[in-house]
Design a protein around this ligand. Structure first.
Ligand code: 1GP
Length: 233
């Protein structure tokens, strides 16, 4: 059976620590045509602010996933379709590879495994919060990105590989290299998608485009354009 994300082109990632523009509602963002909403962020995450965004999106039939950045912010909610559990394969600190996961399982012995999807990040923007936090080695050649993608899929059994340029548009040859390293995992790309063209070009390499800051900076129409770009690729 194909995983749901195997059918997706576009994901909207909403950061509970960031405001929406004054005239924008979560309802409108859920109705942009995006295939799924992911609730997550790197800094300022709490179970309360995560829950507020999850609840605000609950009445829509777009699939809703939480991406917890640490064990203490996992929200147990029936309105969630599931959870994306991130691992940063090029992290400098092992905490972000297996340490946080070990702490989570130590704290919560009753994990619903069939609601979890594993997601291997390759973090490539050295100026991003996620790179700083995880002490990621972002200085990678395309061949190294390709090898990391294969390690994630073949050796770590990850269902999703996520090339992450959070905050800036990435190098297409690095995204293409990740795609070349995968057979079965779904390739997500995120970072600096601001319009139709950037969505469309990254979607020629990645299976799924993730759009984040644009929703918080520009609002509904801009997000809708990226949905069109991702779907047209
Ligand atoms: C962040 O990859 C996502 O985790 C999206 O990045 O905020 O730059 O769109 P942007």
């Amino acid at each position: 059976m194909t995983a749901p994300w195997g059918e997706w082109d576009h994901v909207l990632k909403l950061d509970p620590d960031k405001e929406l523009p004054a005239d924008v509602t979560y309802d409108e963002l859920c109705a942009t045509g995006t295939d799924a909403i992911q609730v997550g962020g790197t800094t300022g995450m709490t179970a309360d602010n995560m829950s507020a965004v999850i609840d605000a999106c609950a009445d829509h039939d777009v699939p809703l996933y939480q991406e917890p950045s640490s064990p203490d912010v996992v929200v147990d909610s029936p309105v969630l379709s599931g959870y994306f559990i991130p691992t940063v394969v090029n992290a400098g600190s092992p905490f972000w590879i297996t340490g946080a996961h070990k702490e989570w399982l130590r704290m919560d012995g009753d994990v619903e495994w069939d609601r979890l999807a594993t997601e291997a990040y390759i973090v490539l923007n050295p100026d991003s919060d996620v790179a700083t936090y995880t002490e990621a080695d972002c200085d990678l050649e395309p061949a190294e990105v390709r090898a990391y993608a294969t390690v994630a899929e073949r050796m770590l059994g990850q269902e999703i590989v996520y090339v992450e340029y959070s905050g800036t548009l990435g190098e297409e040859d690095h995204v293409a290299a990740a795609a070349a390293g995968l057979d079965e995992a779904t390739l997500f790309y995120g970072g600096g998608i601001r319009d139709y063209d950037s969505a469309r070009s990254m979607a020629t390499h990645a299976d799924v485009i993730v759009v984040g800051d644009l929703a918080h900076d520009e609002g509904v129409e801009a997000v809708r354009e990226t949905v069109e770009g991702a779907k047209d690729a």
